[in-house]
Ligand binder design. Structure first.
Ligand SMILES: Cc1cc2nc3c(=O)[nH]c(=O)nc-3n(C[C@H](O)[C@H](O)[C@H](O)COP(=O)(O)OP(=O)(O)OC[C@H]3O[C@@H](n4cnc5c(N)ncnc54)[C@H](O)[C@@H]3O)c2cc1C
Length: 351
């Protein structure tokens, strides 16, 4: 185990704010991990598990304990098929998610192509049940291998045990902080067709005579994401973010009616997105933009992406306090105007 001290965390995140970790260790196997946990316990240090840092706001005070950076590597493709004709992939939590998607697409296996270009690690994907363009990882995850901090055992949690929902799982709700993800097992469909369900993707391929293949779909998704600042492109200030900062609110029928009435009173029509409506969700981006926060909105060292109303960006030298001030400003305005409290999507670390 190679233990480091006072390691700045901002460079290890996509938003690039926040202080240092008191202790920091990168672990690529179970023995290192167990040694690191013993060290933290012997000093009563709080643990934080870090993946690719793409869904985090780290406090300016940093993390007072040990940060475990998970670097478990390996993409293993099982030979043959399972009983449902799927191909099984066992992937180390420390692998780049997009590298795995690229691997799956090249192997002509369908199921994750719409999740191309999402930053972060494989181990981060079950945590918030990563989703985009009509797919979620919960559709293809078979099991998640974890180290249980409660009893120190390594075990496999089947999909049902992970309790997946919209941007949730047991890992970020009921059992938050209990499990360290070591590997994730996905079942993909060999020779399967890409899922072209989302409006942006359908539009991209409009007028084509032959249906797109997996590789074309992956490229289309990456292209659409780049236009929205949702693909990490070095040097593009619009992607110094934690992705979408707010979740799409899930409303009751009563709340939905109230929202519609508020829109009518302002001469606006609530947009209809079939993908959202099936789950009684409304677009957080629409609410943010209709509350006075347009794309490109500046708020000192932070602001809103010029390409996407939901991304709070670090415009250079921002602090976590700057990010939180803008988050609160947006939440307050949206609540005043629309009666809805937006919930942040990124994980707050050390607050
Ligand atoms: C430009 C941009 C676009 C994005 N687009 C999307 C999108 O389309 N859809 C979407 O769902 N998300 C999106 N995100 C958010 C983010 O990429 C995902 O949530 C990603 O899965 C986070 O993975 P990570 O490895 O970076 O996790 P981190 O940010 O490092 O951590 C996030 C949480 O997961 C936990 N965690 C990470 N690794 C492990 C592990 N091995 N074991 C246990 N816990 C762990 C952390 O403790 C923390 O609680 C986007 C982010 C950015 C910056």
């Amino acid at each position: 185990m190679h233990l480091l001290e006072n390691i700045p965390l901002a460079p290890l995140t996509t938003l690039k704010v926040g202080g240092s970790a008191k202790y920091f260790v990168e672990v690529s196997g179970i023995a290192d991990l167990q040694e690191a946990i013993r060290f933290a316990r012997s000093r009563d240090l709080p643990l934080f598990t870090l993946g690719g840092g793409s869904n985090l706001v780290v406090a300016d005070a940093g993390w007072p304990g040990l940060v475990l950076k998970i670097a478990v590597q390996g993409i293993e493709q099982h030979s043959g098929h399972d009983e449902d004709g799927k191909v099984i992939f066992d992937v180390g939590a420390g692998e780049s998610w997009d590298k795995f998607v690229s691997h799956a697409v090249m192997a002509r296996c369908a199921g994750v192509e719409c999740l191309s270009g999402i930053p972060g690690s494989v181990g981060g994907t079950p945590v918030q049940n990563v989703g985009a363009y009509g797919q979620e990882v919960s559709e293809t995850i078979v099991s998640v291998q974890v180290l249980d901090l409660k009893d120190g055992q390594v075990r496999a949690l089947c999909r049902e045990a992970c309790g997946f929902g919209y941007r949730t799982s047991i890992f970020n709700t009921s059992e938050r902080g209990r499990f360290i993800v070591l590997r994730v097992t996905y079942a993909l469909t060999p020779g399967g067709s890409p899922r072209i369900a989302y409006a942006d993707l359908k539009r991209h391929f409009e007028g084509r005579e032959t249906p797109p293949d997996l590789a074309e779909t992956r490229e289309a998704v990456r292209h659409i994401r780049a236009l929205k600042g949702m693909l990490i492109i070095p040097g593009d200030a619009d992607c110094q973010s934690a992705g979408s900062f707010f979740k799409n609110p899930v409303l009751s029928a009563g709340q939905h009616d109230d929202l519609k009435q508020r829109a009518v009173a302002r001469g606006l029509t609530l947009p209809s997105y079939p993908a959202l409506e099936t789950r009684k969700k409304v677009s957080a981006a629409w609410l943010v933009e209709r509350s006075g926060f347009n794309k490109g909105f500046g708020f000192g060292r932070v602001g809103i992406s010029t390409k996407h109303a939901l991304a709070i960006i670090n415009r250079g030298q921002a602090t976590a306090a700057d990010v939180i001030a803008l988050k609160e400003h947006i939440q307050q305005r949206v609540e005043e105007i629309w009666g809805i409290r937006l919930e942040p999507e990124p994980v707050m670390v050390g607050f």
